[in-house]
Design a protein around this ligand. Structure first.
Ligand code: TYD
Length: 197
């Protein structure tokens, strides 16, 4: 399986992906856990730029996310799928559609650009919480100040794009509940997918 976790910042993607990985490993499956932006050259560059995004044009930002993803697909995602492993990815191209779309990018064009090279996941799990819940989790639990990507009105627009996306492989999970409840909701979806495939 290739499963992607998506959603605005502070929805719990990273935590939930870890819990799913543990469960799948207990079932004897080989699991690759990965994330975007990656720890590679382009991903590192993006993270450095997070605190001063206005210095980067939308096009340059988009180019960097695409370059990062191309490298990620070539070095890790495609080889993982080819080896028959479960690949779990924290953010993928719907984040580009939503975040760069919220900066004014053309959402449909961004998706087309990605689909030309990026393997399609079996499931996009979009975790949904109100922006206020996500921001509270970021500052209270992580002890971090929200970065430029995490400003409230921007995240409202990002969330709106996530809500409007329509695809057969998108599953939406209400992630405003506690960790275990959200985990159970995700397991129900994944178990269902495994039974059908
Ligand atoms: P995030 O998963 O929040 O990383 P971390 O938890 O390590 O801080 O990702 C960082 C930010 O990158 C996030 O706010 C969304 C943004 N982003 C985009 O704008 N476009 C993309 O294509 C991706 C993958 C991420």
């Amino acid at each position: 399986m290739f499963i992607v976790f998506e959603g605005i910042d502070g929805t719990g993607k990273t935590t939930q992906m870890k819990l799913l990985a543990e469960k799948l490993r207990q079932q004897g499956r080989q699991v690759v856990e990965t994330f975007e932006p990656t720890a590679g050259v382009y991903g590192k560059k993006l993270r450095q730029l997070f605190r001063r995004r206005d210095e980067l044009s939308l096009q340059d930002e988009l180019d960097l996310f695409i370059a990062d993803r191309r490298e990620h697909v070539a070095t890790l995602i495609s080889p993982g799928i080819a080896a028959g492993h479960d690949v779990l990815c924290d953010r993928y191209y719907l984040s580009t559609a939503a975040y760069q779309g919220a900066r004014g990018g053309d959402v449909a064009a961004i998706i087309d650009l990605n689909r030309a090279f990026a393997p399609e996941p079996d499931l996009f799990v979009i975790l949904e919480t109100p922006v206020t819940v996500g921001r509270t989790r970021i500052s209270a639990i992580r002890g971090e100040e929200p970065n430029d990507f995490e400003q409230a009105d921007y995240l409202e627009r990002v969330g709106e794009i996530f809500r409007q996306l329509r695809r057969d492989n998108i599953i939406r999970i209400n992630a405003a509940a506690d960790i275990n409840t959200v985990h159970r909701r995700i397991m129900a979806v994944v178990d269902n997918f495994l039974m059908d495939s």
